[in-house]
Design a protein around this ligand. Sequence first.
Ligand code: ADA
Length: 560
Amino acid sequence: MIRAFKTNVCRNYEILSNTFWNYIPNEGEHKGKSYQIYVPSCLEKHPDFLNYRGSGTFYKNFYAGGSIRLVFKGVSHTAKVYIDDQFVTFHYNAYTPFEVVIKDLDEGNHILKVEVDNRFNSDSVLHKENDYMTYGGITRGVVIERLQSLYIRNLYFTPVKKGDLWTAKIRVIVENVSDQDILGNIDFMLETILGGFGSESTVFLKNSLTELENEFEFPNVLPWDMESPNLYLLKTWIIVDKEIHDDLIETVGFREITLDGNQILLNGKRIRIKGFNRHEDHPEFGCSLPYASMVHDIEQIKDMGANAIRTSHYPNDELFLDLCDEAGILVWEEAHARGFKEEDMDNPNFMPQSISCINEMVDCHYNHPSIFIWGVLNECISQKEPYASYHKIQLEQLQILDPSRPNTFASNKHYKDICFAYPTVVSNNMYPLWYLPGDVAEVLQKHINYANDTAGKVKPFIVSEIGCGAIYGYRQRSKEKWSEEGQADIIAKQITPMLENAACTGVFIWQYCDCQVSAGWFKERGRLHNNKGIVDEYRRPKLAYDVVKNIFNQYGNYFE
Ligand code: ADA
């Protein structure tokens, strides 16, 4: 399963994942041995590769011919792809999709070979020892598509609210993979099927360009919001000589995110964030969670009364974003970066790798109505130059790629941050009563005041992290540190002031579930886990679960 809905009816495609691939490791005691490894999965969940850090090669046979497009939703973390031993593409970063088009392939059997490397070294800035686990392997789905001479490469849908009327800007990118110039003879047809209540609007466009952009009116649609996440299928076809040549389908929702002073508005109403940070991590599946497990996460998160998820600290599997679209959960999607120090940001690969991640994230996830804000650079060096200017560049890049959504970065530089002028929303990670003492309400107000003074004008303010740890099953009525009672007590004191302060848009609890951390973090983290989950890594609720549920349910999704 690649997406939660069918993306093509006409285009011929085959899902190459959801089955076993041959795998040969290049390192360690099993070097050179041949394995059958399920794709998608994390290598470390196989009994022979528990702590594997190295390279290895995956093989898969396929039958095809003509022009094909290979799409990888996620390979962790560096991939070199070959077809019949011919190099076809390279990609770095586990958490963003990539694709390659191969023309004029002979009709017949072929071998797809993917060299996968999960080692940490100076070439890899984004993946390093960190407070979460970088796994190895082909961790998300793989698809092969057979293309005709023209195909729809992408589709971008931007809803706009004009009073009571919804319009949408629709941009379609078409590529010609043939040698012939056939651009003058194409009819594009955009058909929007307004599923659910039978209304339909069809627009015919003649165009000779490979990129087409237009704004359309949709008079009878229902909006997407947290309470009623109405989704529609946007179907796009290319018609050549009156025949359907290619198609692409996306789910879309009509909703608008705007900013007004310190307020974030969804369809004109001021939202209150009751959110969770979530790592894609599970003791049995690593970062390669099966669909049912993602569904369960969303059910628990909603059960606790939450309405938002921050994809800390990297772009998520699109299946999870599809589920958020369906569940009406607001998503802060974040480019890949956590806690970079000066030496990381000095690495010449830092900006190119970060910008690629931003570009791929926005390009591939643009249409998800659930994504209400883009984020970059969690807890990096934002208190001095030249690192501050890297924040500026990355936030500007988000603004260029998608002016329809706010953007932000999560700062922990507290009263020294010099970057608050750059994002459209200011966000702070803070851990009063855990890492630092202090009255929570006062600490919050001090942060807001500092942001308002330094950003030059008032912007919305989000608490992007707050939380405290507990080891599941460790119970002490004295509320000692690491006990479930202790966590339940502190979390109540932490989140209530965040929800009470009208200058604060809301809070993302750190974190939804306990997650494994990489070996280099052993000294910092008991059990090799970050234990601040409100549920443990198996999703067993700690005592704090009902405390959070009770508090979140006292506050609505919107400010009155
Ligand atoms: C930071 C960081 C998280 C996590 C957290 C913690 O704020 O952004 O990734 O490391 O602290 O548990 O201390």
